[in-house]
Design a protein around this ligand. Structure first.
Ligand code: FES
Length: 250
């Protein structure tokens, strides 16, 4: 079966309006969008630019918009799109460098603001072993920890499109992952970082970030949990437990 793949071709830095090019690709029931792009690059047009690495939905490199939804190219089967023409576009809201390649610097700069590492003022166990968690505490951070930083969520957020200063759901879920970590002792500093106009209060609960997350992370709920934690902490009620729902698949 043949399918048409429609791709915008951008000049350097996306400064020029793209010219759309259509390629015809032979697919099987298991051909992914990434397979199709590889087929184009390998056999039809070596100048087509796109990112990929692991081909197994782990590295987060291949996020693109496919037929209007943000997805990982490597785990989206062309046949399951039920479309004779598939449009593949760079992630919206990100500056385009060329074709399907976008600039990740602003995205990772926001991630760095979240202090994306464990901070603890507790001494390590005497025998030098790791800091342990209960299974239920570990389960609470399973879902936000499964984020692969593909950018599909932040790119799907209309608030992010209109306000590039907004941290966005990926960075906020990253913060939530450490706020919810029973071993982390920097919760107040973390809540101060996200409790700003460019943080959680900019979220309008549109839910695009949740619906387009290829890992099923409930980003919107994580952001709402951060809002409630900030409010309770400002009211001096920080000991009340507020947690986002854990996805059923987690
Ligand atoms: S190539 Fe690594 S997530 Fe798709």
């Amino acid at each position: 079966m043949n399918v048409k793949i429609r791709v915008p071709r951008y000049e350097a830095n996306g400064a020029i309006t793209p010219v759309f090019q259509t390629y015809t690709v032979a697919i099987t029931p298991t051909t992914t969008v990434l397979d199709a792009l590889n087929q184009i690059k390998g056999h039809q047009d070596g100048t087509l630019a796109f990112r990929r690495s692991c081909r197994s939905a782990m590295c987060g490199s291949c996020g693109v918009m496919v037929n209007g939804r943000n997805r990982l190219a490597c785990n989206t089967r062309v046949a399951e799109l039920n479309s004779s023409e598939v449009s593949v576009n760079p992630l919206p809201g990100f500056p385009v460098i060329r074709d399907l390649v976008v600039d990740w610097d602003p995205f990772f700069a926001k991630d760095a603001v979240m202090l994306p590492y464990l901070i603890s003022d507790q001494t390590r166990p005497d025998d030098g072993t790791e800091r342990l968690q209960s299974p239920s505490d570990a389960r609470q951070i399973d879902s936000p920890s499964s984020c692969i930083q593909c950018g599909c969520c932040s790119s799907a957020c209309p608030v992010q499109w209109t306000n590039s200063e907004y941290y966005g759901p990926a960075a906020l879920t990253r913060s939530y992952r450490f706020v919810e970590d029973s071993r982390d002792t920097a919760v107040k500093a973390r809540l101060d970082i996200v409790g700003t106009e460019t943080g959680v209060w900019r979220c309008h609960t549109i839910f695009n970030c949740t619906s387009d997350c290829p890992k099923g992370i409930l980003n919107t709920e994580n952001i709402q949990a951060l809002k409630r934690k900030i409010m309770l902490s400002r009211l001096g009620l920080g000991r009340i437990e507020v947690r986002a729902r854990v996805p059923e698949s987690a």
